[in-house]
Design a protein. Structure first.
Length: 294
């Protein structure tokens, strides 16, 4: 480690008083100690405030928003008041491994990078293993086009120079996929690297935004409008992007006819034609449900 710069850690939260203590402790118990932890309460109505203020640690700064505005507004508020040279994010129901900051800071220095993200282990609320994310098995620089093809960076894995986040804040109009959008825009201006190391345990809660696929569809539509030219410039990106959108459409109970039509148009093959016809005859979603139930 070249030095010990201040690292600002931002945790947005809303009605997670029953969970946030473990998340906060996973940050405070880092092997790297020079941190400020900014908890931005998105106008919780439970005991979140009491829980956070009961922790006796001068590194914690608690802020409560005047009205419920969403996690991105909360993150942006944390970014605005942060004093650190670097910023990291956690969610109020996720846990960092003790060496996360040390490891990511060293990795950033070693690669002369401005932004990095790591791998995370995904679990159920009962702590049962689901899978690791993303499915990348070696350290590498990640380009803008790489990120268009694969949504591979989750907020609680992102670490980087504060100036980058102050210049490119989270888009609070996005109903979902805000982390993908943020890293896409960061990668257009700054160097982004992936660290193939599990440093986060994330838990899929029943009230998570990920349980609302209709928001995923809207998020994908917004991403397409933002990055349309780049997406349509590469058939492989078109196929990957619209396959992901199709999965959200299927989860809403609809058939992804328009998504399969786009894939067929830009990357025609016998396979994509069959998938398009399945969608035309309202069978694609049925096969999707069968496949995902196995």
């Amino acid at each position: 480690m070249q030095n010990e710069p201040l690292v600002s850690v931002i945790i947005p939260t809303y009605n997670r008083g029953r969970l946030i203590l473990d998340s906060i402790n996973s940050v405070l118990n880092q092997t790297y100690k020079n941190i400020e932890l900014i908890v931005v309460d998105d106008c919780s109505t439970d005991d979140t405030e009491r829980t956070v203020k009961s922790i006796d640690d001068s590194r914690i700064k608690y802020i409560k928003l005047e009205k419920n505005s969403g996690a991105c507004v909360a993150r942006n508020k944390g970014i605005e008041i942060s004093r650190g040279e670097f910023i990291a994010f956690n969610d109020s129901d996720d846990l960092w491994l003790p060496e996360k900051i040390n490891s990511q800071l060293d990795f950033l220095y070693e690669n002369n990078a401005e932004i990095s993200f790591c791998k995370m282990e995904c679990r159920t609320p009962e702590n049962n293993f689901i899978h690791n994310f993303p499915n990348i098995e070696f350290d590498r620089k990640i380009s803008y086009k790489d990120l268009l093809k694969y949504n591979s960076a989750s907020t609680q894995t992102i670490f980087g120079k504060t100036d980058c986040f102050k210049e490119i804040i989270f888009d609070a109009t996005m109903p979902r996929l805000q982390d993908w959008d943020e890293v896409l825009r960061l990668s257009q201006k700054f160097s982004v690297f992936y660290q193939n190391k599990i440093l986060v345990h994330t838990f899929f809660q029943k009230d998570s935004i990920s349980t609302h696929p209709e928001k995923g569809v809207i998020g994908m539509e917004m991403l397409f409008e933002k990055h349309k030219d780049a997406i349509l410039s590469d058939p492989a990106i078109v196929e990957s992007f619209f396959k992901k959108k199709a999965s959200f459409v299927c989860k809403t109970g609809k058939n992804p006819k328009e998504e399969m039509k786009m894939i067929l148009k830009y990357n025609p093959s016998a396979g994509t034609f069959i998938k398009y016809m399945l969608a035309v005859f309202n069978l694609y979603t049925l096969f999707f449900k069968i496949k995902n139930s196995l």
